[in-house]
Design a protein around this ligand. Sequence first.
Ligand code: JCZ
Length: 228
Amino acid sequence: MRIDVVSIFPSYFDGLALSLLGKARETGLIDLRIHDLRDWTDDRHRTVDDTPYGGGAGMVMKPEPWARALDELTTDSENPTLIFPSPAGEVFRQRTARDLAHREHIVIGCGRYEGIDERVFEYASTLGEVRLVSLGDYVLNGGEVAAMAMIEAVGRLIPGVVGNPESLVEESHEDGLLEYPSYTKPSNWRDREVPGILLSGNHGAIATWRHEQQLERTQRRRPDLLAD
Ligand code: JCZ
């Protein structure tokens, strides 16, 4: 999978190379390319923003640098998916990550300021499938943090990225339930015991207990997931 990221803060993404994706990139499973939007400006000051029509606070990202960037990055691309992090987008879920993990080429445009000129999204839809995607119902200062979360969530689903394939299906949200609690040695730690069932060696009873724990925690912490 090829992932292109366009941002005015490309160095935000340096840390991604050090995490899970480090391995994926080495093996060629993910081709992650980070770009500076200012490379597609043509004025001396490398201007990417301007004042909003209609007035209002803050600045808006100019359309032309975005169009040039998207044109170049989607040239020779069969069927690109163009993602723009936005608090006004569809919510990013595990199923969104699963969907995106099957795509050949994703371009992520990270806005800043008050956002990107709306015509860029219309233009982008002539180049590929456009998705405005929200990390959740809170406001960030730009798309970079949301993009990094999405890349990590998608990247770890690409076959070969996670060492143990079972660890994928057992995780939170893959079955619509929160994870069961985990424990390691010592069995008594600061007067706190590990639940005895986990030391019983009865694998059937352990699986049943873990599933009960998943249901109980989901009911208590995330009843909305059970309603789905
Ligand atoms: C550009 N402000 C892009 C995304 N879930 C979420 N919250 N906030 C954002 C976001 C905020 C932004 C921009 C300027 C995304």
